[in-house]
Write a protein that binds this ligand. Structure first.
Ligand code: SAJ
Length: 418
């Protein structure tokens, strides 16, 4: 079976390698020529546990190749980005449309086209299939179409791609069966068959549910700040209840998925109060954290703020939609100086400094990402370098006692006691 993966990003590349590892002949195609060049020379565009290992294995077995043109295959798997169109607050489908048009040019009888990218309900039926049918072939008769939304979490992508259950949406039995048979080569989770539009909405519901849960945690944190309560302890206690699982507050929701996907639902229906509100609450968190910082440094003239962590979450090098960027802009607009340190991120809008340089003569450290490396920091050593010993921890990740013992004034988001 020859599989052409269209889009070699965070989902397309690992998926391609997993299929190749099971002996399928896989061609990876991407419109970015520089990305193809990088992958050809073994430089992977992002870091993810086990990815490089898998890449080396499939290169040796000669089952994975990359190409600057979309090659003919038996299966086309579309894993292109569907970013948010910020004006219309809906999915920007231009990459999906381009992929479909290009596939239509090489499509043959009996082929299967799978969409993994996240889209709004109705996209497969109203946009993808008509574009593919411009080939002259008919979906469900001449060629087959399914939506198998990706659900793997960055930071544990390979493991989750293998072990998570998969939803397969299709509007005819054969498309669903072909897709399941293909994925069973490496997926150990269960398969659930449904319609195209149900699969589309399920994916959006999962990420929206998580966004709303985080928004609730963020609102609880703000209430706790007003009431001299430690929300982290309160959430832990509430989560002992067998039917309660509140997520963690933080500086906001980033990444290419949860901060975007809920809007794909609000764009298609007028019934959307809680979804928009949750987005609003999570988007307001960088400013909420900034207001805490402002209070901490209120007595200082032209203070220097050190941001620890610009990745959108701990353990990854991904800065897409990171709340850190919004936070840094607020700091700059206030006329403060800003220095940035992140042990994972290599490329960012602001220079990434080594730890010592980032904390030197600083007036306040602000933890924005829950990287485990921050737990190992020695506050005593850091305190010697700082001009004023302040730390604002928006992730509740630091060992507060140790930092206080080293002379730091510590403010944890959602701990109203300090
Ligand atoms: N966050 C919090 N508090 C929490 C959990 C997360 O503030 O308790 C923040 C994170 O710091 C981050 C953002 O939310 O900024 C999103 O991170 P995440 O780890 O919750 O999720 P993603 O965006 O990395 O991956 C999500 C996953 N979706 C769900 O768990 C429902 C993943 O399974 C999806 O495949 C992925 O979106 C996607 O591609 O859609």
């Amino acid at each position: 079976m020859k599989i052409c993966i269209v889009g070699l990003g965070y989902i397309g590349l690992p998926t391609a390698l997993l299929f190749a590892n099971k002996g399928h002949k896989v061609i990876g195609y991407d419109i970015k020529n520089t990305l193809i060049d990088k992958i050809t020379t073994g430089t992977l565009p992002f870091s993810e546990p086990k990815l490089l290992q898998l890449y080396k294995k499939v290169i040796q077995s000669n089952t994975f190749h990359v190409s600057k043109s979309l090659e003919q295959a038996n299966v086309y798997l579309i894993a292109v980005p569907t970013p948010l169109d910020k004006n219309s607050k809906s999915a920007d489908l231009s990459s999906v449309k381009d992929a479909a048009k290009n596939i239509a040019l090489v499509l043959k009888q009996g082929d299967l086209v799978i969409l993994e990218s996240t889209v709004s309900p109705g996209t497969c039926k109203n946009i993808l299939i008509p574009l593919l049918e411009s080939s002259g072939y008919v979906a469900g008769t001449d060629f087959f179409v399914s939506h198998c939304p990706e659900r793997a979490i960055p930071g544990n992508t390979i493991y989750e791609m293998i072990h998570n259950d998969r939803i397969i949406g299709s509007n005819d039995k054969k498309s669903g069966q072909m897709t399941q048979q293909l994925y069973s080569s490496f997926v150990k989770g269960k398969f659930y068959q449904t319609t195209l539009s149900t699969a589309e909405i399920v994916k959006l519901m999962e990420n929206t549910y998580r966004d709303i849960n985080i928004a609730l945690a963020n609102e609880f944190a703000q209430i706790a700040d007003d009431c001299q309560i430690n929300i982290w302890e309160a959430i832990k206690l509430a989560n002992n209840h067998p039917r309660v699982n509140i997520l963690k507050p933080g500086p906001g929701v980033g990444g290419h998925c949860i901060s975007i996907d809920p809007w794909f639902l609000t764009g298609i229906s007028s019934q959307r109060r809680i979804i928009s509100l949750a987005r609003e609450i999570n988007d307001s968190m960088p400013n909420y954290v900034f207001q805490i910082v402002k209070k901490v440094v209120s007595d200082l003239v032209s203070p220097t703020i050190t941001v620890l962590g610009v990745a959108y979450k701990g353990g990854v090098d991904d800065t897409r939609e990171t709340p850190a960027l919004k936070f840094i802009k607020l700091v700059e607009n206030e006329g403060y100086n800003v220095k940035v340190h992140d042990p994972h991120v290599k490329e960012f809008e602001y220079e990434i400094l080594g730890l010592e340089e980032a904390v030197k003569d600083s007036d306040c450290i602000v933890v924005l990402t829950d990287h485990l490396e921050f737990l190992e920091f020695n506050p005593k050593k850091i305190s010697v370098l700082m001009r004023n010993k302040n730390v604002v921890d928006s992730r509740n990740i630091l060992k507060e006692k140790k930092w206080k013992e080293s002379g730091f004034r510590v403010k944890v988001l959602g701990d109203g006691r300090n």
